[in-house]
Ligand binder design. Structure first.
Ligand code: GTP
Length: 336
């Protein structure tokens, strides 16, 4: 091939890659969620560039780990992503550049075995979010001469930048959504989502006569914990209570942070008697399981009031009823 023919061939190959990148960018720009974007991205890149495998190595922790944590439980995430310490992953990207090698032993600490077994060469493309390292997109090919360390990385860098921009867009939206509906300290849903949930339960009950109940929960003498051990410890207690409540309730039930040290649990399909039993179970759990704190075990107790919806009470009336029960419970427990 003459030099000119070689130049023309190179230019055609570049144009072909640019076109593919443009198509990928256009497709992922329309995605409404980060989950949808990542799924689509991996599928498109794999087929467009005929890769043997594609995988996402997520740096951990990152400033947006809290946003992804609930999603990374999904089956898709388990099959297509892996969390790697941010330091370890970033060490492959000097100056934030892609890393290419056909010595797959070099990546044995981060690339899953089943991918390494088939790979002759691999490429790692860094993805950043607002300047912060977030993940590495992993490409593999059975051929050892596909991704070699002497290859130019311009197109891979471009791909990384395009992904970063598209991902930033959806993540900003998801961050706003998260802030509007979730409590940053405990990670559980806030009062706004609680109202939405109770409204939905009320509609279901009125239409299909399905019962439901609510529990109003308050930490006992929480102010003393703050005053004795400090606000940071108080925050830990609130996170502990929220996490335990979530673990203790059934899959269909939902837990919300109502305000300060108050929580509400919505018990789907449960009658008053069942709600009372649930309330007893929750209170007993905290009595029997003090929170480990430094070298101590902090005694944490909760008071709980239950109320069942009869389809007639409004949400405010239902919550008020549960709050009154809580008040009665608190009076009894503070005496004993
Ligand atoms: N650490 C921490 N404290 C909070 C937070 N939100 C509210 N509080 C504190 O929670 C305390 C609640 O006090 P109270 O309503 O008197 O509750 P209590 O001390 O548990 O009293 P009883 O309910 O009567 O047992 C207040 O001191 C608030 O400042 C928070 O996010 N973190």
């Amino acid at each position: 091939m003459s030099q000119l023919e070689q130049l023309i061939a190179n230019s055609k190959a570049n144009e072909d890659i640019s076109r593919k990148l443009f198509t990928i960018e256009t497709e992922i720009l329309s995605c409404q969620s980060s989950q949808e974007l990542l799924k689509k991205l991996l599928d498109l890149v794999k087929t467009s560039f005929q890769l043997t495998d594609i995988f996402l190595l997520l740096a951990d922790p990152t400033p947006i780990s809290y946003l992804l944590n609930s999603k990374t439980q999904s089956k898709w995430h388990q099959q297509n992503t892996k969390h790697i310490s941010v330091k370890k992953l970033q060490s492959f990207h000097h100056n934030n550049l892609p890393f290419l090698t056909n010595d797959t032993y070099l990546v044995s600490g981060i690339v899953p075995q089943h991918l390494r077994d088939k790979a002759g060469s691999i490429a790692l493309v860094p993805v950043t979010l607002e300047g912060q390292f977030f993940a590495s997109l992993l490409f593999t090919d059975t051929r050892a001469d596909r991704f070699t360390d002497d290859l130019g990385t311009f197109h891979l860098e471009q791909l990384g930048v395009k992904i970063s921009l598209c991902l930033s867009n959806v993540l900003i939206r998801e961050q706003l959504e998260y802030m509007a509906h979730y409590d940053r300290l405990t990670g559980i849903a806030n009062r706004r989502l609680m109202e939405k949930c109770i409204e939905e339960e009320l509609i279901r009950q009125r239409r299909y006569q399905v019962p439901f109940s609510v529990l109003f929960i308050d930490c006992n003498k929480f102010k003393i914990i703050n005053d004795t051990y400090g606000h940071d410890c108080g925050d830990k207690v609130l996170s502990y209570v929220a996490t335990q409540l979530q673990e203790l309730i059934r899959e269909n039930d939902k837990c919300f942070r109502y305000a300060g040290d108050e929580f509400v649990v919505v018990l789907a399909s449960q009658t008053y008697q069942e709600a009372k039993l649930a309330s007893k179970r929750l209170c007993e759990f905290f009595i029997n399981n003090p929170m480990p704190y430094k070298n101590e075990k902090l005694e944490i107790t909760i008071s709980c009031g239950a109320a069942a919806s009869d389809g007639v009470l409004t949400m405010d009336q239902l919550l008020k009823k549960a709050d009154e029960q809580l008040y009665l419970h608190k009076k009894v427990t503070s005496r004993s």
